[in-house]
Design a protein around this ligand. Structure first.
Ligand code: HAM
Length: 423
């Protein structure tokens, strides 16, 4: 029988890799906590209509990439392709939004049926933050600052560029879309199929085209900035000056429109050159119309999400995961004699009790001591302990695996007390 395999584009995260994930998660959790954001969890499965009504019927995500099926009741459901829609649905359903301010974060798997390649998967994971009920550019600056803080804490800040753009209000974009379609129609013969298709359905997405010939035509196209209302422009100018005050460097990218329809005013992306084609590590912006669009009262909103796989790839290739974070354990108690099993387990318990942050393994399953030491080494242990059989009072010898300091024989109780010296 053929061996079972994971679904293409859906990865297992194995021991050895999961430590990097945990390191990243730990830093993200500490940053969101320091900024006063609270966790929200919501299902991976929602009514398909939630995503159609929020991300937009004519986006790549909804048109081509969602995992959609009918359940046993005949309800049309989709695996979430992103977190914002579910977060808004949950917050609105539970009355967290009306007349309130909320700062929320989430993490978890998202699903998009894209063509898998390095940095692009069909199940991938995001961290996201969403802030509700705040109108001014101060909250835009805050969420951007939060992401910048994360890059600083991860030592990635010098490998990432912040791109920002002002895409105006929905009605600004409508006038602009009409002008852009008019322009593209005049050049339709020189466009590729994708651009020709999008020119009518979602002309802003043509701006994202990777085709050099399409990009050349766009050089002369109408510019969105000229269609943006004075209020949007003022908001954007204020954001830029706040970012400058916060020492957050940015570049303006007039072609940055994002692939989801719910945005307005400021949008942003953090990009890197470290990951080849999949250089977008984090993206977000304001989406002041979405709550109302989904049936709630008009609510100011902004947020971002970042791809965890892409960040882990960056951390690995730039060797930014500290050695300590890759260790699974600190102390390995070698197993000599089956008669010592209880003694060994008790010693492990005593160490765990006194040093709750340490990882301790008491060897199980017998075997040669050389093989046990190798295992201790591979797991990243700093010290190994050997129980001394028939000693009275019970004694053990302890040594650092790197051989520095030599072995010492101690009574078990004082060994527990003095363990810190060996780590
Ligand atoms: P997004 O740009 O679609 O935005 O996704 C955010 C990030 O998720 C991307 O920058 C990328 O790092 C990662 N990502 C997206 N697709 C994949 C994939 N197939 N494989 C690996 N990583 C991927 C959103 O999802 C919005 N909900 C962000 C947001 C939150 N806007 C406001 N609030």
């Amino acid at each position: 029988m053929a061996k079972l395999q994971a679904i293409r584009g859906m990865n297992d995260i194995l021991p050895g890799q999961s430590q990097g994930w945990q390191f990243l998660e730990g830093i993200f959790h500490s940053v969101v906590r320091r900024f006063g954001y609270q966790e929200i969890r919501f299902p991976v499965l929602e009514q398909s209509s939630l995503f159609q009504r929020s991300i937009g019927e004519l986006t790549d995500i909804v048109e081509k990439e969602m995992y959609t099926f009918e359940d046993r009741n005949g309800d049309k459901l989709s695996l979430r392709p992103e977190g914002t829609a579910g977060c808004v649905r949950a917050a609105e359903q539970h009355g967290l939004l009306y007349n309130q301010q909320q700062r929320l974060w989430y993490q978890g798997p998202m699903f998009r049926h894209e063509r898998p390649q390095k940095g692009r998967y069909r199940q991938f994971h995001q961290f996201g933050v969403e802030a509700f009920g705040m109108a001014g550019p101060d909250i835009d600056a805050e969420v951007i600052k939060l992401s910048a803080q994360l890059w600083r804490d991860l030592d990635l800040i010098h490998h990432l560029t912040l791109e920002i753009n002002n895409i105006g209000t929905a009605s600004d974009r409508k006038s602009y879309s009409a002008a852009l379609t008019g322009y593209l129609k005049q050049h339709s013969r020189a466009l590729d199929d994708d651009a020709r298709h999008r020119m009518y359905s979602n002309p802003l997405r043509v701006l994202d085209s990777k085709n050099a010939q399409v990009q050349a035509i766009l050089q002369e196209a109408p510019v969105l900035a000229n269609f943006v209302s004075p209020q949007s422009r003022e908001h954007y100018e204020q954001l830029k000056s706040l970012l400058a005050d916060l020492d957050i460097a940015f570049v303006e990218n007039r072609h940055l429109v994002r692939g989801l329809d719910y945005y307005n005013n400021c949008v942003f992306e953090w990009t890197t050159l470290e990951l080849g084609a999949q250089g977008a590590v984090c993206g977000g912006g304001r989406y002041d119309g979405l709550v109302e669009q989904l049936g709630g009262k008009a609510t100011f909103a902004c947020g971002f999400a970042m791809g965890i796989e892409r960040l882990v790839l960056m951390l690995e290739s730039l060797e930014k995961i500290p050695h300590d974070a890759l260790k699974s354990i600190d102390v390995y108690i070698l197993g000599a004699d089956p008669d010592d099993a209880a003694q060994s387990q008790k010693l492990a318990s005593a160490i765990r009790q006194q040093y709750p942050r340490l990882g301790v393994i008491s060897h199980c399953g017998g075997g040669k001591s050389k093989a046990q030491i190798k295992r201790a080494y591979n797991l990243g242990a700093t010290a190994v302990i050997t129980l001394l059989a028939d000693s009275d009072p019970a004694c053990a010898s302890i040594r650092r695996l790197d051989q520095s300091g030599g072995a010492e024989t101690l009574e078990i109780n004082s060994l527990v007390e003095q363990l810190g010296r060996f780590l």
